[in-house]
Design a binder for this molecule. Structure first.
Ligand code: SF4
Length: 574
């Protein structure tokens, strides 16, 4: 019998990416937080709980010692949707196996890894679950397994799901673990769970494996936000649910009162939060309950921060594919949902300021909440026409003047236990060339003009975190749900944040200059990034410095620069 008081525990986060749950940095998923809370609840002292991300183990191999020496190693991970990530690299099966071999104590593996393990984090693969040499695999909730395992003196546990009381307690008690995340405190965003499970049964999706939706009541989520913000978290995403609009209802219909309690409660306990975004929203909810949904969407837009995205899983605009895969929303219905979100939440903060009636100047921020569209390829019944239908859907949204924050196009993964496991990755492999051509076309013909509409020149993106250099530019993103990738001329110091003004658009990224751009200090690269300013004009600007006002520079550009250009005090001049 092992006494919890003396137990040393190491939690390793191999990252998760599920249809409705994201945990690759800068995100931290719920798993390590709940697992830490379950440990505390079972009597393990806080100072004996160590948390590492897989990237930290790679970067600083000395930390493998914590894997070796812990009495209990908890590995959390699993990718059930394919993706490429900038902020971190998910654990590979070989690394996970090495962890089990290295562990000197008892080893437990949990998280979505229970659904299967692909060889790589790519689409169009089939997966099977392997135990990867761990002593225990949590086939129910890993946090319940952690609690029961410690309670049993590391003897074992029955696979079970945790209940609402447990998750409310563990979520709060485990909040302290965020302090051990390498991105803490500034560049960390906590994924919040409001519900699990789904009322629908799409063929490719692992979410129905959690059953019908169960909700965490508002005080449970709000209490967790309170605890997380006490530990310095300022960025939150309500991303762990299949449909935010269904929150607190009967599983399908919206309940605006519950949404109001949730959102206003969060704002109350974390008044200084910097990001409050969401992830999934089911367009079918909007179409079936349009009035209640409009109210819910308004509540969200009143409380969130700009640039928020409601990801719609249209998956396919082809009726044959919809039919064969049990998809629940038609292209027409999805279009209506796009329209409603645009109407209720597509406004920019300056357009509805508290000081109504006062001229707030031109809008400079991103819209409060816009839809995103997820399209999935390789599904049963897919044919050449499917690609055309999907493209036409996107074109219609653009042509009718609506905005989409992002278009996400992926190929399917076939998981055991989902309907797709019979079909596997066959169709996706057959259509690989078709898929490539179509994706390029969507990028060129829809993504770019849409980006120009969503983030016109002069749009200000505060706190862009600078992540990497490429081709003489610095790339970065804001924290939040599907943030825009911003390229800034020149190689600036990384791991810092700056405010940026958008000046130009690529297919999936924007070019930005530091905001405000000081004419007395801007580099040639920054000046020429502004459309209409060529080398000669930029050269003239530099030669004729300093300026007392922007007007002194006598710039003739195709759009109004006054929104983001300034001429600061002459002491700044070079
Ligand atoms: S609606 Fe379909 S894709 Fe979305 S969570 Fe439910 S089952 Fe998965």
């Amino acid at each position: 019998m092992t006494d919890p008081e003396t137990l040393s525990v190491t939690i390793v986060d191999g990252y998760v990416d599920e249809p409705a749950h994201f945990g690759v940095p800068p995100y931290i998923s719920t798993y390590p937080r709940y697992a830490a809370g379950a440990l505390i609840d079972a009597g393990v002292p806080r100072e004996q709980i160590t948390y590492h991300t897989i990237d930290r183990l790679r970067d600083e191999p000395d930390y493998w010692r914590d894997v070796d020496e812990a009495d209990l190693l908890i590995y959390l991970g699993g990718m059930t949707v394919p993706g490429k990530y900038v902020g971190g690299t998910p654990a590979e099966p070989d690394e996970v196996r090495k962890m089990a071999w290295t562990a000197g104590g008892t080893s437990l593996m949990g998280g979505p890894v229970k659904f299967g393990v692909g060889d790589e984090n790519a689409g169009a693969t089939e997966t099977e679950r392997q135990d990867l040499d761990f002593d225990f695999v949590a086939k129910g909730d890993v946090e319940a397994a952690v609690y029961d395992l410690v309670e049993s003196g590391l003897e074992g546990f029955n696979n079970r799901m945790r209940d609402v009381d447990e998750v409310s307690r563990w979520a709060q008690e485990g909040a302290f673990i965020v302090e051990q995340h390498p991105n803490h405190p500034d560049h960390l965003i906590a994924e919040l769970e409001t519900s699990r499970g789904c009322a629908y049964r799409c063929s490719f999706c692992t979410e129905p494996l959690y059953g019908n939706p169960t909700f965490r009541p508002p005080p449970s989520v709000v209490g967790e936000v309170d605890a997380l913000s006490d530990y310095g978290v300022k960025h939150f995403r309500i991303g762990r649910q299949a449909d935010i609009l269904a929150y607190g209802g009967d599983g399908e219909a919206p309940n605006p009162d519950a949404l109001r309690q949730l959102y206003s409660g969060i704002r109350e306990v974390a008044p200084d939060l910097e990001t409050l975004h969401l992830d999934n929203m089911n367009p079918i909810t909007i179409v079936e309950w349009p009035e209640a949904s409009r109210e819910g969407i308004r509540i969200i837009a009143e409380h969130n921060t700009p640039g928020d995205t409601a990801a719609f899983g249209l998956e396919s605009a082809d009726p044959i594919v919809q039919e064969e895969n049990n998809l629940n929303v038609t292209a027409e219905e999805c279009f209506q949902a796009v329209k409603i979100v645009n109407e209720e939440a597509g406004w920019r903060p300056e357009e509805r300021s508290e000081t109504e009636g006062v001229d707030n100047g031109p809008p400079t921020r991103l819209p409060k909440l816009l839809p995103g569209i997820n399209l999935l390829h390789g599904l049963k019944g897919e044919r050449e026409e499917t690609y055309e239908r999907n493209r036409e859907f996107l074109q219609r949204v653009y042509d009718e003047g609506y905005m989409l924050r992002r278009i996400n196009i992926r190929q399917v993964m076939a998981f055991d236990g989902t309907d797709m496991s019979d079909t596997g990755a066959e169709i996706a492999n057959e259509h690989k060339q078709l898929f490539k051509r179509y994706k390029t076309r969507v990028r060129e013909e829809i993504d770019q003009p849409m980006l120009e509409r969503v983030a016109p020149p002069g749009t200000v993106l505060p706190n862009v975190h600078l992540e990497y250099h490429q081709d003489g530019k610095t790339f970065g993103r804001q924290l939040g749900t599907y943030p825009l990738l911003v390229g800034i001329p020149g190689e600036r110091e990384l791991e810092r944040t700056i405010d940026v003004a958008v000046v130009d658009h690529g297919y999936r990224s924007v070019t930005g200059v530091p905001y405000p751009l000081d004419l007395n200090d801007a580099s040639m690269d920054e000046l020429t990034a502004i459309p209409g300013i060529g080398d000669r004009t930029a050269g003239d600007i530099v030669i004729n410095r300093p300026y007392e006002t922007v007007a002194d520079a006598d710039l003739e550009t195709q759009f109004d620069l006054s929104q983001f250009v300034t001429a600061r005090g002459l002491e700044h001049a070079r």
